[in-house]
Write a protein that binds this ligand. Sequence first.
Ligand SMILES: N[C@@H](CCC(=O)N[C@@H](CS)C(=O)NCC(=O)O)C(=O)O
Length: 213
Amino acid sequence: MLVLCGFPVSNYYNKVKLALLEKNVPFTEEHVATGRSDEEVLSCSPLGKIPYIRTPQGSLCESEAILEYIDATYPIPALFPADPFAAAKVRELIVFIELHLELVARELYGQAFFGGTISEGNQSRVRKQLEKNITAFKRLVKFAPFVAGDSFTLADCAAFASLPVVGMASKAIYGEDLLLAAGVDYKPYMKLIGERPSAQKVMADRKGAIAKP
Ligand SMILES: N[C@@H](CCC(=O)N[C@@H](CS)C(=O)NCC(=O)O)C(=O)O
């Protein structure tokens, strides 16, 4: 059976968990904190990042590689469209969400969520980049009703896990959610996805993990 390693507050962990639940893949969870540099973790995830999975063939890190593996190994229900162009559009959206939005907003997390500080210069640099990238993302995202169109795909796993973090971090630092400010109204979408049993489990586990001392 697959083992998902990490913890349920991480957006990348929850992206993978949502896909596993959507696809009804049997898996267990193993709590692994960030910041580990021991051989047990680095042999599975050389940068010490979570999530990673253990499979019968070995371990695998990087959430996107994990999702591709899961979708190919457990093909039904498919979370990439069969049409190659439509599937590529899903992958394009995932890159926009993670590389151009989440990774940029990540620079804000230290101050937004963990009591650190980010210099004014860096705040303004990140804001400029985020605003540019959100404008670009707006051209691609469909919310029709799913991010890539009329069916639930792996891009929804990425969007559901990461869009709220981008919104919360920007609100904490700039006093406004830059996604909403740019007219990317992801709130009804979050509600829609939040009605799925898979997403409810992810959110409940996240809440439980945050509440733990
Ligand atoms: N590109 C990675 C990103 C994973 C990631 O950044 N995970 C965070 C937790 S949300 C982490 O492990 N941070 C600790 C670190 O970077 O050392 C993926 O898609 O899996």
